[in-house]
Design a protein around this ligand. Structure first.
Ligand SMILES: *Cc1c(COP(=O)(O)O)cnc(C)c1O
Length: 388
């Protein structure tokens, strides 16, 4: 069967796929239908936390699937409760709502921020949410509206109103927007992933903290990509000592199965009441069993390993020929090369290394289990491709 031809015949044409059909993998190695081996520096976009077909993860999934795969949220099940308890104990957050994707986790966060403000003011006067230019929050109509990039704001209008965009490099723009609009919350990624692996400057993080306090705004952090250990802390806000009111996550949480989570702090824990939000699949036992297995392995030792591997990549690339800069933290890195990122990604693939791009950067999101040997080999190939 010609997969690539049939894909173009039957699958809606929304993706610019690479001309590779992946059939299996083990850890940081992936194999295509011609039997070629690749070193994976993308983890399925920060999803396959412990790489492909990890034994412990697969066993957790298979065990739960053989017991019970789904009940609906009309009944209690153990895995989602256990996972919520783990998430709260490790973050200090108080309650969790489970969904199936990053966009849904953010939709849940946005609804909660609006409902919080509606209850506080008794009307819609403080429904505006400040987000950031160049951010990314998802593909639904509302999360596209939250995404501060003009390229996403065409063709599908009308978009959900009530979002204004601060400039990540102009800390004063945050308070200016808070003063001009009736706001409920400030929502952001600490490292803009799709936007090019750009970390918010510390002055911007401070301005968020100060403006939120002065105007009574909720702090909502989109940890869909940065969460679950990716940056060397369980959640990236922990690098900045932030105390969020709402945290959304997804991607790597269940290590390869669809699961979104929205975490609520003291002020927001009781915003939702019966009937005000829901999801058919949310908190699915198989996905939650997968996430329990993932989360229980994101230990302090593993987080140190993530930092160490990230430092290795940085050290190997910085100052190397054809490499201008390296951004990001832990195993979420952006590499500005002298050559266009798409060419670098293509040449790497031809040499058996799968990298990603984000805007002008080559983006690296390797699985945490990548071995030093695999990493050295992949990074030396990336260096050679950049030096070309
Ligand atoms: C990927 C991503 C999303 C969207 O997640 P989906 O699971 O594709 O809906 C939202 N926010 C950030 C920061 C992301 O990286």
């Amino acid at each position: 069967m010609d997969i690539i031809k049939k894909d173009s015949e039957y699958i809606v044409n929304t993706y610019s796929r690479f001309p590779v059909c992946i059939t299996s993998g083990k850890g940081a190695l992936l194999y295509d239908d011609a039997g070629r081996e690749y070193i994976d520096l993308g983890s399925g976009i920060a999803v396959n936390t412990f790489g492909a077909a990890d034994g412990e993860w697969a066993a957790a999934v298979a065990t739960q699937a053989a017991k019970l795969q789904h009940t609906s949220n009309l009944y209690y099940t153990e895995p989602c409760v256990k996972l919520a308890e783990m998430l709260c104990e490790r973050t200090g957050m108080e309650k969790v709502f489970f969904s199936n994707s990053g966009a849904e986790a953010n939709e849940c966060a946005i609804k909660a921020a609006r409902r919080y403000a509606f209850k506080k003011y008794g009307d819609e006067s403080h429904s505006t949410i400040i987000t950031f230019k160049n951010g990314f929050h998802g593909r639904t109509i509302t999360t596209l509206a939250a995404t501060g990039q003009d390229v996403f704001h065409t063709d599908f209008g009308p978009f959900t109103p009530g979002f204004v965009y601060a400039d990540p490099n102009d800390p004063a723009s945050i308070e200016k927007l808070a003063a001009e609009h009736g706001c409920a919350a400030i929502m952001f990624e600490t490292i803009q992933g799709e936007g090019g692996v750009l970390e918010l400057p510390e002055e911007t993080v401070n301005a968020i903290r100060n403006t939120a306090k002065k105007y009574g705004l909720l702090i909502v952090i989109d940890e869909v990509q940065t969460g679950n250990g990716r940056t060397g802390k369980l959640f990236s806000y922990m690098h900045h000592g932030l105390e969020p009111d709402i945290v959304s996550t997804a991607k790597g949480l269940a290590g390869g199965l669809p699961l979104g989570a929205t975490l609520f702090g003291k002020r927001t824990a009781d915003v939702y009441t019966p009937g005000t939000h829901g999801s058919t699949f949310g908190g699915n036992p198989v996905c939650c069993a997968a996430a329990i297995s993932v989360l229980s392995r994101i230990t302090d030792d593993l987080l140190r390993e993530i930092e160490r591997k990230g430092e290795y990549i940085r050290g190997a690339l910085e100052g190397s020929s054809g490499i201008k800069s390296v951004s990001g933290r832990g195993l979420m890195l952006g590499v500005e090369c002298g050559r266009p990122a798409s060419e670098v990604v293509t040449d790497c693939r031809a040499r058996g290394v799968l990298a990603l791009s984000a805007k002008t950067k080559v983006r690296l999101l390797p699985p945490y289990c990548i071995t030093d040997e695999q990493l050295e080999k992949a990074i030396s190939i990336l260096k050679e491709v950049c030096a070309k």
